[in-house]
Write a protein that binds this ligand. Structure first.
Ligand code: HAM
Length: 424
C-alpha cells in the first residue's frame, strides 16, 4: 500500500530506529556545551525575514536563493530559520543579554530551512547544533570554540576529521584585499563560471570557494587574505593559532576558506569529514564582530560554530564507531484470558509507577503471538499471567534470550525486573 502523500522534496522523517544516532549526537553536544559553559536557547522556527537578510547578506546564496520567505496574514514578511547565528543575536539584543557578564554563551539544536537542490547530505530541512559566545573579542575564545568542535567530533568517534582555518580580516583591511582579488580575476572575467561572474560584481570573496574546475584553479593562484590582514587582524590570528598549538588542536591553513555567509570577520573555520566531496563540511563557524551592530546593537564581538546533524549521522553510519543501542523495554506483560488481562493492566501500571519501562500486550493474541511481539520490541523478558498466577499472586518471568522461566511472587517482581534494567 503506497501512501497518498510523501514528505516534501528535500525533507525526510527521522524514524524511531534512526533516533539512536540522533540521541547519541544530541547527548554528546549537550555534554560538551555544559563542560564549556554554554546554556540552551530555543528560538522560534521563523523570524522577521530581515533578521536573515541583514545579518547573512543579500548577496549570499542563502538569502538570494534559498530562504523560505512568506507573508503572514498580518502582512509581515517572515522567513523560516535559515541559520541559527542571526536569531541568537536577535535574542541577545531583545532580552538585554548585553547587560549580563560577557561573554554570554548559548547553544541551540533545531531545524533549519534552505531551498537547495537535494542530494546526499544536502536537504531543504536540516538540523543544526550550534553554539555562540557573544560579547568578547579575545582570540582565546576563537581557539576555545574550535577546540570544543574538535573535542565533540573526537568524542563522537569519527575518524579522519580535519579542521580548516583561515582569517578573512575586518572592515579595515578587507576592502584592500577585495580590490586586489578583483584585479586578479579581471583578466579572467570572461572565462569564469556564470556564478562567479555574478560574484565578481556582488560578492568577490566567494570567488575563492567556487568548486568548478577552472574557477578552482584561479582561486588556488589568487592572492591570500592572510597577506592583506591589518596589524590587529594579523596579531589576532597569530594568537588563535598559538592557542590552538598549545591545546594540540591540529588545523590546516586554507586560504580558500571564506564561508558562505557575509557576517564573518577575522577567524573562519570548517570541520571536514574524512572523504571530502562537493560541499560536505560537517560544520563551520568563525568570528562575527559586526553582526550584532548590524542588527541594531552596540558593537559587540562574537564567535561561534554550527554543525549539521544529518551530515554527522551520515558519517556515523558510514564509519559505525559502535553506538550504544537505545534501551528497549525491560519487560513485556503477556496474559492468558480476560481475567488475567484485567490483572495485567493493574500490574503493568504498578511496574511503571516503580519506574520500569514495561509494555503490555493488547488484543486477543495467542501467547505465541504475544511472545513474538515482545521479541520484536526487544524486550529482555516476558511476564506471563494466567489463572494460576492470579490465584497465587505470582507471575512467570521468562528470559527472552535463554528461554528460562521462573515463578516470582508479585511483591518481588519489581525488584527482579529492576535488576534486569539496562543502564541508562
Ligand atoms: P553553515 O556552514 O551555513 O553555517 O551551516 C552549518 C552546517 O550546517 C554546515 O557545515 C552543514 O553541516 C550543515 N548544513 C548547511 N546546509 C545544509 C543543508 N542544506 N543540508 C544539510 N546540512 C546542511 C551556519 O549556518 C552558521 N550559522 C554557522 C555559525 C555559527 N557561524 C558562527 N556561529
Amino acid at each position: 500500500m503506497s501512501s497518498l502523500y510523501r514528505a516534501p522534496r528535500g525533507t525526510f522523517d527521522i524514524l524511531p530506529e534512526e533516533h539512536v544516532y540522533w540521541k547519541y549526537v544530541e547527548d554528546k553536544a549537550a555534554f560538551w556545551c555544559r563542560l564549556y559553559g554554554y546554556r540552551p536557547l530555543s528560538m522560534p522556527i521563523f523570524e522577521d525575514a530581515q533578521v536573515f537578510t541583514r545579518a547573512v547578506g543579500g548577496a549570499t546564496d542563502i538569502v538570494d536563493k534559498e530562504m523560505y520567505v512568506f507573508q503572514d496574514k498580518g502582512g509581515q514578511d517572515l522567513a523560516l530559520r535559515a541559520e541559527g547565528t542571526a536569531p541568537v543575536c536577535r535574542a541577545y539584543l531583545e532580552h538585554g543579554m548585553f547587560n549580563l557578564a560577557q561573554p554570554v554563551k548559548l547553544y541551540y539544536i533545531g531545524p533549519t530551512f534552505r531551498y537547495e537542490r537535494p542530494q546526499a547530505g544536502r536537504y531543504r530541512q536540516h538540523h543544526q547544533f550550534g553554539y555562540e559566545a557573544l560579547g568578547e573579542a579575545d582570540p582565546v575564545l576563537d581557539a576555545e570554540v574550535i577546540e570544543m568542535a574538535w573535542r565533540l567530533f573526537l568524542s563522537l568517534g569519527l575518524s579522519g576529521v580535519s579542521i580548516q582555518l583561515n582569517s578573512i580580516g575586518c572592515k579595515t583591511c578587507r576592502p584592500r584585499f577585495l580590490e586586489v582579488l578583483r584585479q586578479h580575476y579581471s583578466v579572467h572575467a570572461e572565462n569564469v563560471c556564470a556564478d562567479c561572474k555574478g560574484r565578481l560584481a556582488r560578492n568577490p570573496l566567494r570567488l575563492l570557494d567556487c568548486k568548478k574546475d577552472y574557477c578552482r584553479e584561479l582561486a588556488e593562484a589568487a592572492p591570500k587574505t592572510l597577506d592583506y590582514l591589518c596589524d590587529d587582524c594579523r596579531s589576532h590570528f597569530e594568537s588563535v593559532r598559538d592557542y590552538l598549538e598549545k591545546l594540540s588542536i591540529p588545523f590546516h591553513l586554507n586560504h580558500r576558506l571564506v564561508r558562505g555567509l557575509d557576517y564573518y570577520t577575522r577567524t573562519v573555520f570548517e570541520v571536514e569529514p574524512e572523504e571530502m566531496g562537493g560541499q560536505s563540511s560537517l560544520g563551520g563557524g568563525g568570528r562575527y564582530d559586526d553582526l550584532i551592530e548590524t542588527l541594531g546593537g552596540r558593537p559587540t564581538p562574537a564567535v561561534g560554530f554550527a554543525a549539521g546533524l544529518e551530515r554527522i549521522v551520515l558519517n556515523l553510519k558510514k564509519q559505525n564507531p559502535g553506538i550504544p543501542p537505545l534501551p528497549g523495554p525491560v519487560a513485556y506483560v503477556a496474559y492468558l484470558g480476560q481475567e488475567a488481562k484485567t490483572e495485567a493492566v493493574r500490574l503493568t501500571s504498578e511496574l511503571r509507577k516503580d519506574g520500569l519501562a514495561v509494555i503490555m500486550a493488547t488484543g486477543d493474541k495467542s501467547l505465541k503471538a504475544q511472545m513474538r511481539h515482545a521479541d520484536s520490541l526487544g524486550s529482555s523478558c516476558v511476564v506471563i499471567l494466567g489463572r494460576e498466577e492470579i490465584q497465587n499472586r505470582t507471575a512467570v518471568v521468562r528470559d527472552m534470550s535463554s528461554g528460562e522461566q521462573r515463578t516470582v511472587a508479585e511483591g518481588d517482581l519489581a525488584n527482579v525486573l529492576e535488576c534486569r534494567k539496562h543502564p541508562t
